[in-house]
Write a protein that binds this ligand. Structure first.
Ligand code: SIN
Length: 298
């Protein structure tokens, strides 16, 4: 545990999860506004731990949007039908149905390992979820955890020969691949067909350099990465499978158990995540999500 300085009346603390990813930040009340100095400490912790949680927050949509803007430019979600009404930058992740029996948000968000916006020319920099309703089992144990893998740690742990092999390789990534994977795993629910623009591939290095920390991060998932440039489909598939599995080995993964009031922020360059679908109505799950746009330089 590290204690750095006072944030208004409370002590700012970063409490690591004990896994390669994940830390809890204490001593910040987002609703009261966050100073530049505190934002720097939050960003430092995020870059070090790849995913951070601020517990016991009570924030309005406006406050979530204002806090999210400290991290960069927000972008509207690719599925506009799930936006929180009146907020183009706030999307609902939820299994709750409206009076007509239609889902109010994305029911199946994140059900395969992925990094947000992997399929975009400028992939999303960060994402943030605020928990409003969390499902529990009959014993009060929270359900619907989100798992996070540290892809910088995954790269650093690779054998030297594999690091050499990956130099200069580029992967082709698409939302169509993600959908195909979700369908194959029976994880897709109520997804409208993709437009031609949404199906487009984005070519990215297999090993990405983090824009702020300079860390090298594996940037391949079984879901989004469909092929490796210059490799046969068979060889590419084998490498994608090997690297994807390497990233999400249990020892590299932090499981976030949600509580209402959690604000969770993750870095999409140095992590991959997976939402666990181990709950169903009447167990309700509702989170509000913002997404920070990627940078000009990749
Ligand atoms: C996501 O991948 O954006 C959703 C994660 C979650 O619902 O836990």
């Amino acid at each position: 545990m590290t204690t750095t300085e006072l944030d208004r009346t409370e002590t700012f603390e970063v409490v690591p999860s004990g896994k390669p990813a994940g830390a809890e930040i204490r001593g910040v009340d987002i609703a009261r506004g966050v100073s530049e100095a505190t934002m720097k400490k939050i960003l430092d912790a995020l870059h070090e731990w790849k995913v951070v949680v601020l517990r016991n927050q009570r924030i309005t949509p406006e406050q979530q949007i204002a806090f999210s803007r400290h991290f960069g430019t927000l972008e509207p979600h690719v599925l506009p039908q799930y936006l929180v009404p009146g907020y183009s930058e706030l999307v609902r992740v939820s299994n709750v149905l409206d009076d007509a029996g239609k889902p109010i948000g994305m029911v199946d968000a994140g059900r395969v390992w992925h990094a947000d916006g992997h399929f975009l020319p400028k992939p999303n920099l960060y994402s943030m979820l605020y928990a409003l309703e969390i499902p529990h089992d009959a014993n009060g144990k929270p359900l619907g955890a989100t798992l996070f893998a540290n892809t910088a740690h995954a790269y650093a742990q690779l054998p030297e020969a594999m690091k050499q092999r990956l130099q200069g390789l580029r992967g082709a990534n698409s939302l169509a691949n993600v959908y195909a994977r979700m369908h194959a795993e029976n994880a897709a629910k109520n997804r409208p067909p993709l437009t031609e623009a949404q199906k487009r591939e984005a070519i990215h290095p297999v090993v990405r350099t983090h824009p702020f920390t300079g860390e090298k991060c594996l940037y391949v998932t079984r879901a989004a990465t469909g092929r490796i440039e210059g490799m046969s489909q068979e060889d590419g598939d084998a490498l994608i499978g090997e690297l994807g599995d390497w990233c999400v080995r249990e020892e590299n993964v932090y499981a976030h158990q949600w509580a209402v009031g959690d604000v969770l922020i993750w870095d999409n360059c140095s992590s991959q995540h997976l939402a666990v679908g181990d709950y169903a109505l009447p167990q309700r799950r509702l989170l509000h999500r913002t997404t920070v746009a990627g940078l000009e330089t990749f």
